[in-house]
Design a protein around this ligand. Structure first.
Ligand code: C5P
Length: 239
């Protein structure tokens, strides 16, 4: 068997070249991290859950006209994606105050925000992914002002679609992070959307159904992620 070339290894995923130049194989890892890698544990089954959740969500977003790098799921823990030129930004959209927003601005967690708030973080491990603004993005040459406008529009569209998608399965989308890439000059959704990258609260009980159970050590991650996948598969076509 020909050994595929590993081109990237992150905290939760490995990316491999395939026989087709423009396609990559993504392997989701059984690893949980928090505090920018300071807290790290092997969690058996997590990779498969996140791969299945992300695949289902990206397919549902595609149906809503949201373009992404996703091609198809290959196995429980692998998917095929288009190779894109990643933009080194983490784009966070917030509907409800929580996490670093609450801490930074002194707003009680759970306070509903009057409109979705978009934030940018510079994806740079060496600097601990600092919070930056549009002028910083322009100054650092990360993206042009026109691209930033497109990214913000895409982030708002994704937020609207995701809020509806999760509401149907009785989950409130508190906030989430996306990453985007460029292909033929077009901005595409990339990376993942999973309980690792979203804050998801049960609509009735307000129970955390996301990585905060691991970050805050308030429960086991696997049953919570499995619950999110079960609800998604029940409501939407299974992949
Ligand atoms: O920690 P903070 O409140 O800024 O996180 C906002 C949202 O972005 C959360 O849903 C969190 O899961 C996500 N996030 C992420 N990756 C990071 C930082 C935050 O997915 N490196």
């Amino acid at each position: 068997m020909v050994q595929e070339q590993l081109i990237y290894e992150g905290k939760a995923k490995k990316l491999f070249k395939t026989s087709k130049d423009e396609e990559l194989r993504v392997e989701y890892l059984d690893q949980a991290t928090a505090l920018n890698g300071l807290k790290k544990d092997a969690v058996s089954g997590k990779g498969a859950l996140n791969n299945q959740i992300t695949s289902l969500i990206f397919q549902e977003l595609e149906k809503q006209g949201i373009p992404s790098h996703f091609i198809k799921i290959l196995s429980k823990h692998e998917q095929l994606v288009c190779e894109v030129e990643m933009i080194p930004l983490e784009i966070v959209v917030r509907n409800t105050a929580a996490g670093s927003f609450s801490k930074r601005l002194g707003i009680a967690e759970g306070e509903q925000l009057p409109f979705p708030i978009i934030e940018f973080y510079y994806k740079e491990d060496r600097l601990d992914d600092p919070f930056i603004n549009e002028d910083h993005i322009r100054y650092l040459g990360i993206a042009t002002p026109e691209e930033v406008a497109q990214i913000k529009m895409l982030a708002r569209q994704i937020n609207t679609a995701l809020c509806q998608l999760f509401e149907k399965i009785k989950i409130h989308l508190v906030d989430f992070k996306i990453e985007v890439g460029k292909s033929d000059g077009k901005i595409l959704l990339a990376d993942e959307i999973s309980p690792d990258t979203c804050r998801l609260w049960d609509l009735t009980t307000k129970e955390h159904l996301d990585k905060d159970v691991y970050r805050r050590e308030i429960g086991d991650l696997i049953p919570v992620y499995q619950e999110v996948l079960n609800r998604l598969e029940k409501e939407y076509s299974s992949c």
